[in-house]
Design a protein around this ligand. Sequence first.
Ligand code: NAD
Ligand code: TYD
Length: 336
Amino acid sequence: MKLLVTGGAGFIGSNFVRYFMGRHESAVVTLDALTYAGNLANLEPVLKNHRHTFVKGDICDPAAVDAAMAGADAVIHFAAESHVDRSIENAGVFLQTNVLGTGVLLEAARRHNIKKFVHVSTDEVYGSIAEGYSGESSHLHPNSPYAASKASSDLLALSYHATFGLPVVVTRCSNNFGPYQFPEKLIPLFITNALEDKPLPIYGDGLYVRDWIYVDDHCAAVEKVLFAGREGEVYNIGGTKDRTNLSITDLILQKLGKPQSLKKNVQDRLGHDRRYAIDSAKIESELGWRPAFTFDEAMEKTIGWYLENREWWGAIKSGEYRAYYEKHYARRLAES
Ligand code: NAD
Ligand code: TYD
């Protein structure tokens, strides 16, 4: 089997490429534009493997996509703009990559007779729910430009199954964490800021709830969907580990032996979704997938990884991301 993985130099994509290549003899082509979030260092362990090919290219570029998809049997589509805060500041690139880029891939998948197209999406498409759990047939109610762009791409992908019979499967996963996550998302930002004795900027009252999943568990679920997911279906992938942001902050400070004084309540995110929670019963009963890691085990592994890989995140935080971080947080922190 030959697999095309888009966005494979990002957080989840690179974890998936390493995970998958360690378990299967398949050839893997990674197509990634290396935006601010893409990093070849994430693929270091497989870059010299003869079964792996890295292609720098944009999913919005039909010629680049055509070349990368040649000979592939299946596509795992991770490439996206993925950060809600950035989508609030500049939605255009989210529409471009997440919607139009997905469209380019779907068209190419038709031409190349792709046998399985796994479109990796998010629980954020369901929007905030006060209680209970979103199932695959729950209403889509995306509230951020990021979530709206992902919901659009989900619908586009499913339309290619209904209209053209393209073997598409959509996955909707909850908040991932683990090694190689870009330090702009809650958990890696707070771990690395705490290690640098910098403030941890808690949006609003910090009582926002997310369901958290260790990235390896997500990779295992995508692997199941690739081999056994039914075409035209949607599968939720959740960690059943609902936590408030404050409880995660406290855990990080406690594990690193850092003071509570690092916590800073700052101006809230616009349109901030209060709570995400999903029901993963379908993938559990149909495909026999279950998260293998408890939240505590996964946090232990994640904190350990950031402690041991200061060079990786130090380079990111002192590089071009630094200007974004200072611009994004300076006002919030100054007003706190
Ligand atoms: P990420 O931002 O870490 O990585 C995205 C990757 O896509 C980067 O390597 C980037 O260079 C690449 N990319 C961006 N635009 C591209 C383009 N136009 N052409 C080619 N490559 C491009 O994101 P992530 O957290 O690894 O998320 C991966 C996927 O999983 C996304 O589709 C996201 O919506 C979805 N997802 C993420 C989470 C989460 O908690 N991080 C949860 C559920 C679903
Ligand atoms: P994030 O990691 O950006 O994921 P998402 O918004 O896609 O769920 O944020 C997770 C939660 O943490 C969300 O409620 C926003 C909050 N948050 C903060 O309080 N401070 C921060 O600096 C960041 C990045 C997020």
